[in-house]
Design a protein around this ligand. Structure first.
Ligand code: MG
Length: 362
């Protein structure tokens, strides 16, 4: 199965409600889509969001990376020679991890198709259903309470609460949300780098004392502040999850060796795709550290690639793949089915998504 052509287009999908974190506000998914064509007629698809505030990538840079660097480098290579293709993909330009992820997932889509199996089975998994949390955007407290209650009514048992914009005011905010949803709902708190290390210890300790019992606290301090992350991890009992601090397998090793966090959030857009993400899974297994599978603001195509990896690896114990739930429409055909918190994996070959708007007629 030889790579004959790599082309791009864009998707534009409005969100149900604006997505707000300590870093940004977004009201639609406007992503790069990639199609990899082969000499057998099989095609693979991928997607990358321009998450400039996290990966530094823009729609323009995604186009340039794929069209001017990655496509010429991979042209003519055999998909089944996965090690060689992925090594070339990694080395044809540095960083640009989301652009690489879009092509990586399209290649895995093709590789699994060539095996005649769904991707999660090719990756060694047997879980055909996984369960995701739902993100509650950072907003005035009454809005967050209403959003949290609505999510619980939709069947979500785990909520990811975005905070980190107002420092100590996050303590009463989280207490109010805990009281509103009751003790049965797990709350994951994501500060998106919004606190200092000392502030984080004070806030997390106050949450522990108030009985808020967050399941974990994600990326309390800026991405580069590994010392701060370690400082917090040593001083609180609530598990600390590293997100923006971990892009590459090398980043993960640093966190694991220093025990600077209790868990690692793996996102394909940070790692550069499944090939690199698998290395983080293996490293985390060695250290006995559990992982979360997360996503950026992505539509069903990219999220489904992440879902296949999550379904395949038992070290991924927490799933934060709510992108499709946040989108107002699903423009794709096939792939995993998203039913409230449940993601039911497809049994068709590859990632399973066959209809991708913008590429018809190719
Ligand atoms: Mg996060």
């Amino acid at each position: 199965m030889k790579i004959t052509n790599i082309t791009t287009t864009e998707c534009h999908i409005p969100l149900r409600t604006p997505f707000k974190t300590a870093l940004r506000t977004v009201d639609c998914v406007h992503d790069l889509l990639v199609r990899v064509e082969t000499d057998t007629g099989a095609v693979g698809h991928g997607e990358a969001p321009p998450t400039a505030v996290i990966t530094g990538e823009t729609l323009g840079s995604l186009h340039t990376a794929v069209e001017e660097f990655i496509a010429p480098a991979l042209q003519g290579m055999e998909v089944e020679d996965l090690d060689a293709v992925m090594t070339k993909l990694d080395r044809c330009l540095v960083r640009n991890t989301s652009a690489k992820a879009a092509v990586d997932m399209a290649l895995y889509d093709l590789f699994a198709q060539s095996c005649g199996k769904p991707l999660y089975k090719v990756l060694g998994g047997a879980r055909n259903t996984i369960e995701t949390d739902l993100t509650i955007s950072v907003n005035p407290v009454p809005v967050m309470v209403a959003d949290a209650r609505a999510a619980v009514e939709e069947g979500f048992k785990v909520l990811k609460i975005k905070v980190g914009k107002e420092g100590l005011a996050d303590i009463p905010r989280l207490k109010t949300i805990r009281e509103a949803v009751g003790p049965e709902v797990a709350l994951r708190v994501d500060a998106n780098q919004g606190w200092t290390a000392k502030q984080a210890v004070r806030i997390i300790t106050a949450l522990e004392d108030a009985g808020v019992e967050p399941e974990l606290v994600e990326q309390p301090v800026p991405a580069h502040d590994i010392d701060g992350l370690e400082y917090i991890t040593r001083r609180v009992t609530t598990p600390i999850l590293a997100d923006e601090s971990v892009f590459s397998p090398a980043d993960a090793f640093q966190i694991l060796q220093r025990h600077a966090a209790d868990m690692i959030n793996i996102k394909l857009m940070k790692t550069g795709g499944i090939w690199q993400a698998l290395k983080i899974c293996s490293a985390a297994e060695v250290y006995g550290v559990e992982c979360m599978m997360g996503c950026m603001l992505e539509s069903k195509l990219a999220v489904s690639a992440a879902a296949h990896l999550a379904a395949a690896r038992s070290v991924i114990t927490r799933i934060d793949l709510d992108g499709p739930s946040l989108c107002s429409v699903d423009p794709y055909t096939g792939g995993p089915v998203y039913e409230g918190p449940r993601i039911l994996m497809n049994e068709t070959p590859g990632i399973g998504i066959t209809g991708v708007p913008g590429f018809e007629g190719v």
